[in-house]
Ligand binder design. Structure first.
Ligand code: ADP
Length: 646
């Protein structure tokens, strides 16, 4: 999978995860909040209705006292109360004695109670005391459109017991299944005997209260209903008249009276807050459906899902844009790397951003540059090696060929069939040729061994305190005769006679001989070679200068490089391996000195060496006399000058 895909997938997972967590957290919190809100609201509504009912009960209780008194007076106004047991009246299935108030027979005439209803808006009944019962003889109460005349209050009722004690009764009474706030007073005949009772009552539940309760709405489906302790529902927006007595939730409501309950009814989860009003035996229940409760959090959740989808879409666009911005330079760099991997080291990254990819791009460019440099160096070294082998083969072949030809000539001389007398001079010349070429081979081998020793760190200086002026003068002077034989002149000059310093005399001699040998090789007959020593205080300066062919300016830097020659192998006029100056430079540097060249074409060349003046302590003999071993110097010169053929 590519980095781009990985980045996009990570972004999306991160965003979906965070928004989902946030969404579910908010939905959960808001659901709880709504739930609490509805629970509280339900409780408050139940409480409110309870208060309302309680106030109504109190008001009616107060009102009933004055109204009952008023009704009693109205009855008194009709005349004295008496019973006519002889002329009984048949009402419905009952045969009742006639109860008179003045001349009005109350048992057949309902005018009095209807009049009470008109003036006091109260339910009024008049009872006759007979057979240990209070039998209703007139009433404005209607049950199923009929007046329940003949219905009675039995002697177990507290009302009955109060009335026969000639006392007033006030309280809530259940009349034919309906609660009334009622008052009862005894009725007496002219003799003061209790013959019945007059009752006034107000329905606990009137239309207004019922409508108020029915109008309460909680959310979409919440409502309030009222039932009694038997589970009879008498106020309900939908199921008035049903009985809930068998439901489990009813049993819990009836048992606890006040509280909150969660229950399921016909597959619908509900929450209910309920309060109990004991005087009327009312369970006031405020209920709400769970679906309704969850509706806001469901809608919130769907809003969050829509927002999530929008954010997701935007995030995907952003993620693609960002990853594209991030990954594009990486891909570009990858492309450059692949090109470089195929071997094209000319490629360079053009990414210049100021971020990590920019740093990577710079590193890539540096790496390519370094690889290119190494490659060029390797190619250069390779061509140097090729050049070296050509030079070496030439350097080896030339003296071997000469030696071989000379020995062939000697074979001819010693052939008995050839009657040639050997000229001693010629013979000497041939022997010298063999000798010179042996020296040349020896020099080449010596130089190769020394270079290898220097490279591997095995070349050590044999430092001793010497008079450097003497060392240089002696070796220079040893070449005079040879130089003269080559039609050049050599001059030695110095501005001091003695400078004792630590040096390896043999190595210094090789340096000077090498430079003089080059001086001879690259000059013409008649030219001059000068060797000068200058005292520079802490340094000694040695100059080897000639009036020869010079070195072109653009070649000056390379002559100290190993195997480098100014003239190409095939076209050159001078012999040599290209090792000499590189060896000289190494030997100078081993003495902690420096070497440089000044040259002008056809004017001449000067090599200038600077050596620091140092002394070594453990050298007891202050100065080593540079004993001139003439024979040894000649040998050295023979070797060092062996590639000069003129
Ligand atoms: P070689 O053995 O070929 O002489 P060197 O390392 O001694 O090798 O010299 C390297 C090259 O430097 C020579 O081939 C020559 O081209 C140039 N060179 C050295 N000394 C002189 C000089 N005195 N005058 C002109 N060219 C010189």
């Amino acid at each position: 999978m590519s980095i781009k895909s990985k980045l996009i997938i990570s972004y999306i997972i991160l965003i979906v995860f965070s928004i989902s967590c946030l969404g579910f957290f908010i939905a959960d919190k808001s659901r709880d909040a709504i739930f609490n809100e509805v629970t509280e609201k339900s409780q408050r509504i139940s409480e409110l209705i309870l208060n309302m009912v309680s106030v109504r009960n109190d008001l009616l209780s107060e009102k009933i006292r004055t109204d009952l008194h008023c009704a009693e007076q109205k009855l008194d106004n009709l005349g004295s109360i008496k019973i006519d047991a002889v002329n009984s009246v048949k009402v419905e299935d009952h045969s009742l004695p006639s109860l008179y108030a003045g001349s009005t027979n109350l048992t057949v005439n309902n005018d009095f109670v209807d009049n009470i209803e008109e003036s006091l808006e109260a339910i009024a009944s008049i009872f006759l005391l007979m057979d240990q019962k209070l039998v209703r003889v007139t009433t404005n109460l209607t049950v199923n459109n009929t007046r329940p005349i003949g219905s009675y209050i039995d002697n177990k009722s507290p009302i009955y017991k109060t009335i026969i004690k000639d006392q007033h009764y006030y309280g809530n009474s259940l009349v034919l299944g309906e609660w009334f706030v009622a008052g009862y007073k005894p009725l007496k005949d002219v003799d003061g005997r209790i013959i019945g009772a007059i009752a006034l009552g107000y329905k606990a539940l009137n239309n207004h209260l019922e409508k108020t309760i029915n109008d309460v709405k909680i959310g979409e489906t919440g409502y309030v209903y009222v039932m009694n302790s038997s589970g009879d529902v008498f106020v309900h927006p939908h199921i008035k008249g049903d009985n809930l007595g068998n439901y489990d939730f009813f049993k819990r409501i009836a048992a606890q009276k006040n509280g909150i309950i969660e229950y399921e009814l016909e597959g619908v989860k509900k929450l209910a807050a309920y309060r109990y009003f004991e005087p009327w035996d009312w369970h006031i229940v405020t209920t709400a459906n769970y679906d309704d409760l969850e509706a806001p959090s469901t809608s919130l959740l769907s809003t969050i899902i829509i927002i999530t989808l929008i954010i997701l879409l935007l995030s995907i666009i952003l993620a693609i844009f960002l990853t594209h911005t991030f990954v594009m330079p990486i891909n570009k760099l990858k492309g450059y790397m692949e090109i470089a991997g195929k071997g094209d080291l000319t490629i360079q990254s053009d990414i210049n951003t100021k971020d990590e990819i920019g740093v990577l791009s710079n590193s890539f460019n540096s790496m390519i540059k370094e690889n290119k440099r190494l490659l060029e160096e390797t190619i250069k070294y390779d061509s140097l090696k090729t050049e070296f082998f050509s030079n070496i083969s030439h350097e080896l072949k030339t003296p071997i060929n000469i030696i071989f030809s000379t020995t062939q000539l000697f074979s001819l001389y010693t052939d008995k069939d050839i009657e040639a007398s050997i000229d001693p001079l010629k013979f000497k010349k041939h022997v010298n040729t063999i000798k010179q070429n042996c020296y040349r081979l020896l020099r080449l081998v010596n130089n190769l061994i020394d270079i290898t020793k220097i490279d591997s760190g095995f070349m050590l200086l044999d430092l001793k305190n010497h008079n450097i002026v003497e060392v240089i003068e002696n070796i220079t002077m040893s070449t005079t005769e040879y130089i003269k034989s080559k039609s050049r002149t050599i001059i030695f000059d110095t501005d001091i006679e003695e400078k004792i310093m630590a040096l390896d005399a043999e190595k210094i001699e090789r340096i000077i001989l090498n430079l003089i040998s080059n001086g001879v090789k690259f000059t013409r007959p008649g030219d001059k070679i000068e060797v000068n020593v200058y005292d520079k205080g802490d340094n000694i300066q040695i100059s080897v200068k000639d009036t020869g062919i010079g070195i072109p300016g653009d070649k000056l830097d390379m002559i100290f490089e190993r195997f480098k020659q100014v003239d190409p192998l095939l076209s050159r006029r001078h012999e040599g391996s290209g090792i000499g100056l590189s060896l000289v430079k190494s030997l100078v540097e081993m003495h902690k000195g420096t070497i440089h060249v000044n040259s002008k074409c056809n004017k001449g060349t000067e090599f200038v060496i600077e050596l620091p003046v140092r002394l070594i302590d453990n050298d007891n003999s202050e100065e080593h006399k540079n004993n001139i071993n003439h024979h040894a110097n000649v040998e050295k010169i023979e070797v060092e000058f062996s590639d000069i053929y003129e």
